[in-house]
Design a protein around this ligand. Structure first.
Ligand code: ATP
Ligand code: MG
Length: 425
């Protein structure tokens, strides 16, 4: 029968890789706790309407990348393509924004029907961090400092920060008109994608990776030149705060982001070490979104980290965590010894809580079992045979050092293990 395979663009994270993921997730949790952010776990499926209203009808994500389906009751649902909309929906639904701010985070899978390639998948994972209810540039700066601390804690170097300010919805509207006028004059030189976007989402043309468009886009009107006094002051204060914290950044007037809800500050962290998929984190301010989803107007800002891309960077560095080898491997030969093995293992786990003890399973000869013990990477083997059962003893074999073995009374084995194992290793 033909074997069933995973869905294209959705990959297994194998046991050899999960230690890197755990290190990333544990470090993120730790850093977030240091800034007072709380974990939220929203559902993976939401009403499609939520993403239409937030991410935007004319974005690639909503137009062609969502996994959308009708449930058995005919309700139009989607697997989430991102998580900001869910965080905002939850905060409104539970009344968390009444008179106070909320600092939230979530780690989980997102789904986009994109062309799978290195660093781009159909199921991928994000760390999502959102600060809801805070208007000032200080919180934008906090988010950027938090992300910079995460990179430092993970030992990642060479990430560049790019910033831009998109201004209010009104500013975006008038800028959009200027941009459309300018690009319409060059319409013959635009590629198909950009020509299509000219009518639907012209700001996204600025983000085009097509080198043929570079000279046209470089001479295009810049949104930073259209900002009102408030937006300009906000952006300048943010830059001053980053300067004061020694965060290096580049203002990129063409940075626009692919979701419609952004207003004001936008930013991206970029690496040159991952080829075309260089954006590892993107975010910004979305002051209109709470109201668009049906809440009382409230400012908000946040970012999302692409975890597959961060894992790839971690794997290319030194000190990549490997799956833990067991401290000890317990092998039993003979029916009676096999029966006794699990009782012994349970007793040892009771008194040595940090112990990683692998118990040999199934029938087999002693020699074969020793080979399995060796392959497990265990530092010690505990051998339980008929003689040992009779004498109430256990043979303890050093698997990594000189291979020597000693006979230990059963009543002393826990103490002996305690002395021979480094539980922090
Ligand atoms: P990109 O420009 O790479 O398509 P994006 O602007 O669509 O990214 P966001 O929606 O802002 O990305 O998501 C934040 C981060 O999530 C990105 O910076 C990236 O690291 C990661 N990401 C986005 N889409 C994917 C994907 N399909 N596979 C893996 N990671 C992704
Ligand atoms: Mg994208």
């Amino acid at each position: 029968m033909k074997a069933i395979q995973a869905i294209r663009g959705m990959k297994d994270i194998p046991p050899a890789e999960t230690p890197v993921w755990r290190r990333l997730e544990d470090t993120a949790r730790d850093v977030l706790a240091g800034y007072g952010y709380h974990e939220l776990r929203p559902p993976i499926v939401e009403k499609t309407e939520l993403f239409r209203r937030s991410v935007g009808e004319a974005t690639d994500i909503v137009e062609k990348e969502m996994y959308t389906f009708a449930d058995r009751n005919g309700e139009n649902l989607s697997l989430r393509p991102e998580c900001t909309a869910s965080c905002v929906r939850a905060a409104i639904e539970h009344g968390w924004l009444r008179g106070r701010g909320q600092r939230l985070w979530h780690i989980g899978p997102m789904f986009r029907y994109e062309k799978p390639q290195k660093g781009r998948y159909r199921q991928f994972h994000q760390l999502d961090v959102e600060a809801l209810g805070f208007p000032g540039p200080d919180v934008d700066a906090e988010l950027i400092l938090l992300s910079a601390r995460l990179w430092r804690r993970l030992g990642l170097e060479g990430l560049r920060l790019e910033l831009n300010c998109l201004g209010s919805r009104e500013i975006q509207q008038s800028y959009r008109d200027q941009l459309v006028d300018y690009l319409s004059a060059h319409v013959k030189d635009l590629d198909d994608d950009s020509q299509r976007r000219l009518g639907s989402n012209p700001l996204r043309i600025l983000d085009s990776k097509n080198p043929d468009l570079r000279h046209i886009l470089e001479a295009a009107p810049r949104i930073v030149d259209c900002l009102d006094d408030d937006s300009r002051a906000h952006f300048e204060q943010l830059q001053a705060m980053l300067d004061a914290s020694d965060i290096t950044f580049l203002v990129n007037p063409r940075l626009v982001r692919g979701l419609d809800y952004y207003t004001g500050t936008v930013f991206e962290w970029i690496t040159d070490d991952l080829g075309a998929q260089g954006a590892v984190c993107g975010g910004g301010r979305y002051d209109g979104l709470v109201e668009e989803i049906g809440g009382t107007p409230a400012p908000a800002t946040g970012f999302a980290v692409g975890l597959e891309r961060i894992v790839a960077l971690m794997q290319s560095g030194e000190n990549v965590p490997a799956p833990l080898a067991p401290h000890a491997y317990l092998l039993a030969v003979g029916v009676e010894a096999q029966r006794a093995a699990h009782t012994l293992a349970e007793q040892l786990r009771d008194v040595l809580p940090g112990l990683c003890l692998l118990v040999d399973a199934g029938p087999g000869k002693f020699k074969r079992k020793m080979k399995t013990a060796d392959r497990s990477g265990a530092k010690l083997a505990l051998i339980l045979g008929e003689d040992e059962i009779r004498q109430q003893r256990i043979t303890l074999k050093d698997m990594r050092g000189d291979g020597g073995q000693v006979s230990v009374a059963r009543s002393e084995i826990a103490e002996k293990l305690q002395a021979s194992i480094d539980f922090n290793d």
